[in-house]
Ligand binder design. Structure first.
Ligand code: HEC
Ligand code: HEC
Length: 399
């Protein structure tokens, strides 16, 4: 009898909980999901041959996937530390990923979506130094732009996550960002949201909604965001008029031994080579540790130590003119400030990258003229990809 009473009160509690859940799930008034009848093309997206050659040259033990889904993404299955491969992108899978990316239902109080902090017109970065999460709290680091995520093996400012798929559920669960700690609750919530079962059916062949599928679909969307179409790309493809004289001067400086910018922001992605198979950077901690981070002399002693000892991811500079403020804490508002910092502001640190130490053992001073500084900024501005920020297939499907 006692047991029955307990069960009854549990059932009542559950009903109340469910009712309040359902109440929260009513769509915000006037907001509706609109998707094209024919899905957008995500699976046909290719990295240009130059990227592919670079990958093969730099990482001989990493092969380009030749999968039936398009073969566009690098397959790291045979790579180190059991890092999982990028997902195979399908049009239906990435469409579902797009909806999830823009849906505030992924947060505990229906207030925040991925797109709250990753905004398309800013190349999926956030113009505030710290971003506001579901409860009004502010993230301690600057929201990162989403740039060619499929190429990176080490994600976040401290390289702590090693695949897009592994990453996607972190912000959902994060207590500042979206606060949805229990992923089974999320799966149930989506199951009870009218438009999801059909979208999962299209993407995966059944209406089952679970953690694995949620993370896979979002990773598909992230990996389909390929950004390779800047004025500088047109220039390297042979259109010598795509950039002007000042920008060319900046490019020469950027790739020079004097500034060494391109020794860290390297290759076609203007980012660190963080892939397995290549050499470890001077400042990395021997074999086995994540690559592609450096201490670039921001602080004498760091409060946020990044990976460790003030080492942070060497981020891609593609779309950099759109993604300010800059650095992991958003301390610089403009690219001019960034260039001034590299010119004369680099601070000594026991782990300062060797490339930034002069022959006298002191932090390097570049002694750039004001024209040279302008040129470097102008060059970085040629790395903006207008397609990424305007393409409807990456835009908000709720309106
Ligand atoms: C409240 C703001 C906020 C929300 C919401 C948010 N992010 Fe982020 N995102 C950040 C911040 C801040 C970082 C950098 C975190 C760090 O390095 O510790 C980041 C980093 C990332 C990165 C790493 C990029 C790289 O190159 O390493 C990806 C990818 C990403 N977020 C995707 C997502 C997805 C997908 C969602 C939704 C499920 C999401 N974010 C929700 C703020 C947010
Ligand atoms: C030793 C390696 C190294 C060199 C050399 C280097 N950088 Fe960086 N760069 C980094 C690292 C690491 C970060 C991220 C640091 C952080 O946020 O703590 C960064 C960040 C940046 C950012 C901000 C990125 C963002 O998303 O906020 C810009 C812009 C930049 N660098 C431009 C340059 C330019 C221009 C040069 C040459 C004058 C240069 N870098 C030389 C390692 C380097």
């Amino acid at each position: 009898m006692k047991k029955n009473a307990l069960l009854l009160s549990l059932a009542i509690l559950a009903t109340i909980a469910l009712a309040s859940c359902l109440k929260q799930e009513e769509p915000v008034e006037g907001v509706k999901l609109s998707l094209p009848n024919q899905p957008f093309d995500y699976e046909g997206v290719q990295f240009p041959p130059a990227f592919q050659i670079e990958f093969q040259a730099n990482a001989p033990n990493v092969f380009l996937a030749n999968n039936p889904g398009g073969g566009q993404f690098i397959d790291f299955e045979n790579s180190f530390n059991g890092i999982s491969a990028n997902p195979t992108v399908t049009n239906e899978g990435a469409t579902l990923g797009r909806v999830l990316f823009y849906d505030t239902k992924l947060s505990i109080n229906n207030a925040t979506s991925c797109a709250s902090c990753h905004i398309q017109k800013f190349a999926f970065a956030d113009p505030s130094a710290g971003s506001i999460g579901f409860g009004g709290k502010v993230t301690p680091r600057n929201s990162m732009a989403i740039i060619n995520v499929a190429l990176n093996r080490n994600l976040f400012w401290d390289s702590r996550v090693h695949s897009a798929k592994e990453l996607t559920l972190k912000p959902v669960q994060n207590h500042i960002e979206m606060g949805m700690e229990d992923l089974d609750v999320l799966a149930k919530k989506l199951t009870n949201t009218p438009y999801y079962p059909a979208l999962f059916q299209k993407a995966y062949g059944s209406t089952d909604i679970n953690e694995e599928r949620i993370s896979d679909a979002m990773a598909q969307f992230l990996c389909s965001m390929v950004s390779v179409d800047s004025r500088f790309d047109a220039f390297t493809a042979g259109n010598s008029n795509a950039i002007n004289g000042l920008e060319k001067m900046g490019a020469e400086l950027f790739f020079s031994d004097r500034t060494k910018c391109a020794q860290c922001h390297s290759g076609n992605n203007f980012a660190a080579d963080d892939r397995p198979g290549g050499e470890y950077g001077e400042s990395s901690f021997g074999s086995g540790g994540p690559k592609g981070t450096a201490n670039n002399g921001l602080d004498l002693s760091s409060t946020d130590v990044g990976l460790r000892n003030g080492q942070f991811r060497i981020p891609s500079l593609r779309n950099i003119a759109l993604t300010g403020p800059f650095m992991h804490d958003g301390r610089f508002k403009t690219l001019e400030e960034v260039v001034d910092f590299y010119d004369s502001g680099v601070k000594a640190h026991p782990f300062l990258d060797k490339k930034m130490i002069g022959p006298d053992g002191e932090p390097l001073r570049l002694k750039l003229s004001s024209l040279e500084k302008k040129a470097l900024v102008a060059f970085m501005e040629t790395l903006t990809d207008q397609n990424l920020i305007k393409d409807e297939k990456f835009s908000n499907p709720f309106n």
